[in-house]
Structures are given as structure tokens and as C-alpha cells.
Design a protein around this ligand. Sequence first.
Ligand code: WQD
Length: 340
Amino acid sequence: MKPETVLVTGGAGFIGSHTCVELLEAGNDVVVIDDYSNSHPSALDRVREITGKSFAVYEVDLRDRAGLSAVFEAHPIDSVIHFAAKKAVGESTQIPLEYFDINIGGTTNLIRTMHQHEVTRLVFSSSCSIYGDSSAAPLSEADPANPTNPYALSKWMCEQVLSQACVYIPELSVIALRYFNPIGAHPTGRLGEDPLGVPNNVMPYLSQIAVGRLTELSVFGDDYPTPDGTAIRDYIHVVDVADAHRVALEHLDDRDGFRVFNLGTGSGVSVLELVAAFSKACGKEIPHRIAGRRLGDVASLIADAANIDREWGWRTRRDLADMCRDAWNFQRQNPEGYPV
Ligand code: WQD
């Protein structure tokens, strides 16, 4: 594919930074915007270190129309990968309006600014959480949306905005990737998941226990209708997720319009199975206790990942052991996370 200039919103974040590595190593130019509300500028130093490449970075809030437009004026943007969003299920039930403002407002401002600058190619970070508490397992893109929390609703609303934009702006090409549960880290251990504050997500919580920063995992419920009673998720290696974004860019030109693809492995893992797998990877016992369910959680989310394979011949290449090994390798090398 001809090298492109790709605007990566949220490029300092967990998935964004890993995707920047894949894009740069594939010969693309990258322009990053991030407001650092849940990321570290030093993650971008690690991207430069791993790739040996330099790139422009702007500290911009996606809702800042002038600030965002200035970035489009400064660079010949060919396409956009949009990661920037708040993304914690539990947190979204506490601050729903912030989730709607940032996730939906930010996305709407982005697509509007793209249109003003005649940029018509977008890969959008969506989420399996829009399927809600579906009994269908595995979940296909044709399954109905039933968001059960403000985070999931915000992602579903963004898909609706983008899908409708494609109806009225025929030259637009948008691919939405519905991530299941990205975990793991770059194999060098120089890039990984380091959320600000106490982690909402299970894998950084586990790795911070293993490195001594936290003491015990609360397992949110063991009364789900699953084999061991704990909730099941489809964990996918973050480098597989990043690679899928590189491939999605190549397929934006297949046709115009709005397309959706699940991004998962097709295999489900319970919380207790994840605890055991991570404990094996780090060689340590992980103290944990059963607690109540978390508001907004669902029993099971497993991907039917057949579409992306059929359309693009793409599938995940890393398994749960790889994910746990790489997540631990990052945390072990960076006990306190990224340098501030
Ligand atoms: C996983 C499981 C929890 C913390 C994430 C992202 C979201 C989306 C989907 C991309 C659940 C349990 C967690 C803890 C626990 N990805 N858990 N104790 O909620 O599935 O959502 O993946 O868009 O952006 O947030 O991930 O890691 O929070 O939870 O028992 O301290 O672990 O109940 O069953 P979730 P998670």
C-alpha cells in the first residue's frame, strides 16, 4: 500500500501507541493528537525508541474545533484512526455525561473537521460492549446492539453518527472495529498498558498486583451463568489489534460507506481463568477474593471473528499465554509504569 499520513487520535494511549508502532514500521507517516487525560507523553518517546522514527504530536482536546482544525491545516492528512475516548465500563456509570460529551461530541467534531478539510477515510475504535447482555455467543456483527452502560451507548451512538454521515456524504469511507478485550503489550516490554490511577480494567490491575503496587483483585461476581460463575471475555493481544488497524487502512479504498468488523479471537476466558493464566506467566500467586458484580457488566462477550477473516484474510496470531507474558514483561520492566 502507498505510504500515507495518518492522524491518530489518542495516539499516546494503550492501543493508539501500539498502532503508531505498526503504522510507522509499515512506512507511514503519523500525526498524533492526545489530551493525556488517560495516557502518558512518554509512551510516545517509547514509540520513537522502538521505531527509530519521529512524528508530530499535538496536545489537543477533540472538542476544541480550532485546535483540531489547525492540525489538519498543518499536515496533508490522508486518513484518520480515531482512538481518543473514555473507555471504562464501570467508570461510565459514574460520569455518564462526560462519556457522552467526550466520546460522542469528540467523534462528531472530528468527522465534521475531516469533512471541512476533505479527509474522507476513517477507522473508528468501537467496542463489543455495544452488544450488551447478549446470550448469543459468539457475537456476530449482525447481532443487535443492546448497550447496558453509558460507555457502550456512547460507542453505539458514534457508530450511528458515522453510519449516517456516510449516507449523506457518499465519498466517506468508514470502518468501525468492535474490539473485544485488548490486553498484553509490545514484545519489547517498552510499551504497554499503564492507565492513570487505580486501573479499571482487569489486566493492568493483575500486573500491578504482581509488581507489588496493589494487593488483591476483587473478582466482580461469581454468580454469572458461566462454567465457573465469573464473567467471560474475549481477550485479544494489543499487537494483533494494532495490526488489524494497519490492515483496515489498506481496505478503506475497497469501497465507500460504513462497515463494521468484530475484533476478537473467538475464544472466551473467565476472570478466574485469566487470573490463573497471568499467575502462571508471572510465576506469582495473585491474591483475589469474590466481590459483588460491577454495575454495567455482562456475563459473556465472545467474538464471531469470521467476517474480518473472510473479507481480509486477517486473523489473530497471539494467544492468551502471549498476552499474559507480554503484559507481565512490560510491568516487570516498568514497575511504576511510564516515567512522568
Ligand atoms: C473484564 C472482566 C470484569 C476489573 C473492556 C474495556 C472496554 C471494551 C471492552 C474496548 C469483567 C472483571 C475487572 C476488576 C474484575 N474494550 N474485573 N475485577 O469491562 O470487559 O471492558 O473491554 O473498547 O473499553 O473497558 O473489561 O477489564 O474492566 O473487565 O473482576 O478489578 O474482568 O467484571 O468481567 P470490560 P475489564
